[in-house]
Design a protein around this ligand. Structure first.
Ligand SMILES: [Zn+2]
Length: 153
């Protein structure tokens, strides 16, 4: 069996679930049952990409010897209006354009969001009140609210 220390190290390395403690617990429980060889085989170069129910998009950038490895996850909502989906795609591509998904020292919490929004405007898909209203209403179905100071333009 793989050691608890190795499993914890892998689980900690998974940035998309760092806020989801139930996911971390379940992943730990599963991996602790793995024989060593299976553990190393499945976890080598593995990134689990998880988005909380109610969150539509996520863009992540990881270091990689052959250049940054970039991931966008988007929940496909069949009834989403095209303009909202265009904005979300442009916003997530904005995060990718910045080349990182982590805040650096000295930046405020929303620096990454402002950057992504700025890029949506440069590319011609600016956020509008109508777009934010749709996203806000969608998130409310999952009891999620935007933080009060979340930058919306
Ligand atoms: Zn964002």
């Amino acid at each position: 069996m793989v050691s608890k220390k190795e499993v914890d190290k892998f689980v900690k390395s998974q940035e998309s679930i760092h806020l989801y403690s139930k996911m971390q617990k379940a992943l730990t429980d599963v991996l602790l049952k793995f024989p060593n060889k299976d553990f190393y085989k499945v976890t080598k170069n593995l990134q689990i990409i998880s988005v909380q129910e109610g969150i539509i998009g996520q863009g992540m950038v990881f270091p990689n010897p052959k250049g940054k490895f970039k991931i966008i996850s988007i929940v496909y909502i069949p009834k989403i209006p095209l303009n909202v989906l265009r904005f979300i795609i442009a916003h997530e591509l904005g995060h990718i354009h910045q080349g990182r998904h982590k805040i650096v020292k000295g930046e405020d919490n929303w620096a990454l969001e402002r950057y992504a929004n700025k890029m949506t405007k440069e590319w011609g898909f600016p956020p509008t009140k109508n777009i934010w209203d749709w996203i806000t209403k969608y998130m409310k179905m999952f009891n999620l609210n935007f933080p009060k100071d979340f930058p919306k333009n």
